[in-house]
Design a protein around this ligand. Structure first.
Ligand SMILES: [Zn+2]
Length: 54
């Protein structure tokens, strides 16, 4: 169990989740990237609209 960095809601991270996986916060809808697993770390995923190079 981890915490949404945006709204602090509890996020259920699968025990076999791997770094780099994308999750969506059920509470605020933010896209989150799993940046580490030991310990579990979540960061806001880069915005698909803004940062996917053009
Ligand atoms: Zn959230």
């Amino acid at each position: 169990m981890s915490e949404c960095p945006i709204c602090a809601a509890e996020i259920n991270v699968a025990p076999d989740a791997m770094a780099g996986e994308l999750l969506v916060c059920d509470d605020c809808g933010a896209e989150l990237e799993l940046t580490g697993t030991e310990p579990v770390e979540l960061a806001e995923a880069p915005s698909a609209e803004e940062d996917w190079g053009q």
